[in-house]
Design a protein around this ligand. Structure first.
Ligand SMILES: Cc1ncc(COP(=O)(O)O)c(C=O)c1O
Length: 430
């Protein structure tokens, strides 16, 4: 393929990004994971601590959300062989190795990858407040937090967040359940149904004409004005990142239950849709902690919103936006409509992520139609960004491919239908 680049210095790479063409960039700054682990601002111990906290909350989650039977918010992994055959046929190439789908679209409570970080951070905040006020100790059975006296206590505090949609759903739903007052600041890309769902749960939704950067900036400002308000900061939060990282380390047990070996001779290739970079960054960090350099993680971004790609190839991290590259940050992939990547995620990923590729909106819809037709699996358009990965790496021997399905189960039926019809009309017009 003539759109694969191995150096950030390549002027053709930069010109293709600027003209919103699809590219795959292999990270030329990547180092051996164990060599740089100690230099990173987050450690393995931090991730283990986060996993232990989620275990402490399991009795509470089970009580408040009985559909989460063991109280652990996790999603299954499916092999998608029909989709694999379809990709092979459409792209006239054999994909060596199995193709799996990580179904974060089915994550309970908030139906997207953002549930991992968002719910974790809100639970951690609630735990801290309750412990500081001598209402809880870590030895307690956390199901007590469902009692009215706790809800009354938490109602003195506010949680705020800026979001393109799915983070707001996860923060909004869990915060309202705990008893916090909750305000979400939504960018113009956020879908109407997400706003309505949040309002129906008692969440205050503030809408902005601008993009994600505007929503997050306004949210941060408003939160600062209130000493009892806590802002979940998608551009900087270590706790969000840790919530995602737990999802990465749990993969090892899931794959071994499916008899999938991952070692030097059997690499795992993972393709993750990327917005600010927190969720794919956290998952990648967790995966590298358990598999080291035997896992290869690639981020997938819309050609009009390649925030992480621009951040890493320029080395300017969060100091540059896609608009500085002349791009408009307009995409149907609402969860990925981000112009500027997270400061924390870029620093964490600079020497860790294996590469980034971009994808046109039209191709997202082609994948959407194929997934519905072949596997009867609907995902939101953003969640299809990674499906181009198995094509790029089809030749890797003894390999397993995993596309990360980042959202979809809460999407109303009329929206699903609309997306499918859009896919049909795009294909017809080709
Ligand atoms: C469906 C979906 N996929 C992927 C992402 C990307 O996550 P992040 O912004 O943490 O990179 C989002 C973000 O909201 C999303 O909603």
């Amino acid at each position: 393929m003539n759109n694969v680049f191995k150096s950030r210095e390549d002027p053709i790479l930069i010109s293709k990004i600027k003209s919103s063409e699809e590219v795959l960039w292999i990270n030329d700054n990547k180092k051996e994971f164990n060599e740089i682990l100690d230099d990173l601002p987050i450690s393995y111990e931090d991730v283990i601590d986060a996993e232990a906290r989620l275990q402490r909350f399991a009795p509470y989650i089970r009580k408040e959300f009985p559909e989460v039977r063991n109280g652990i918010i996790e999603s299954p992994i499916y092999e998608i062989n029909n989709m694999k055959k379809r990709l092979e046929c459409d792209y006239s190439r054999k994909i060596k190795g199995k193709l799996f789908l990580k179904r974060d679209d089915l994550l309970p409570i908030a139906g997207s990858i953002k549930a991992r970080g968002g719910i974790y951070e809100v639970l951690k905040h609630a735990e801290k407040l309750a412990i500081e006020n001598s209402m809880l100790s870590i030895e307690d059975d956390y199901s007590v937090l469902s009692e009215e006296r706790y809800k009354k206590f938490f109602s003195n505090y506010t949680v705020q967040v800026g979001s393109t949609g799915n983070l707001a759903l996860s923060i909004g739903i869990i915060s309202a359940k705990i008893g916090f007052r909750v305000i979400v600041h939504m960018s113009q890309d956020a879908k109407q149904w997400k706003k309505e769902l949040l309002r129906s749960k008692g969440v205050e939704v503030v809408e902005y004409d601008g993009d994600f950067s505007v929503a997050i900036e306004e949210g941060r400002k408003r939160s600062k004005e209130d000493p009892n308000s806590y802002f979940v900061d998608d551009e900087n939060s270590k706790d969000l990142f840790l919530g995602y990282a737990v999802g990465g380390i749990r993969i090892k047990q899931q794959l071994s239950q499916l008899n999938v070996r991952v070692d030097e001779d059997h690499p795992l290739y993972v393709y993750l849709p990327c917005g600010v970079g927190g969720s794919p960054g956290g998952i990648t960090f967790g995966l590298k902690l358990v598999y080291g350099d035997n896992v290869h993680c690639f981020f997938a971004e819309p050609t009009h919103s390649p925030a992480m790609l621009v951040a890493l190839v320029t080395g300017l991290f969060d100091k540059i936006s896609v608009t500085d590259f002349g791009l408009d940050n307009k995409t149907e992939a609402d969860g990925l409509a981000v112009g500027r990547a997270s400061s924390l995620a870029t620093r964490m990923m600079d020497r860790v992520v294996d590469g980034v590729f971009t994808i046109e909106d039209k191709r997202l819809y082609t994948f959407l139609k194929a997934s519905v037709d072949e596997e009867n699996i609907y995902l939101e358009p953003s969640a299809f960004a990674g499906f181009f990965g198995p094509i790029y790496f089809s030749d890797i021997e003894n390999c397993c491919h995993m596309c990360w399905a980042t959202g979809g189960s809460l999407v109303p039926t009329y929206e699903k239908k609309r997306d499918y019809e859009k896919a049909l009309s795009l294909l017809k017009s080709q």
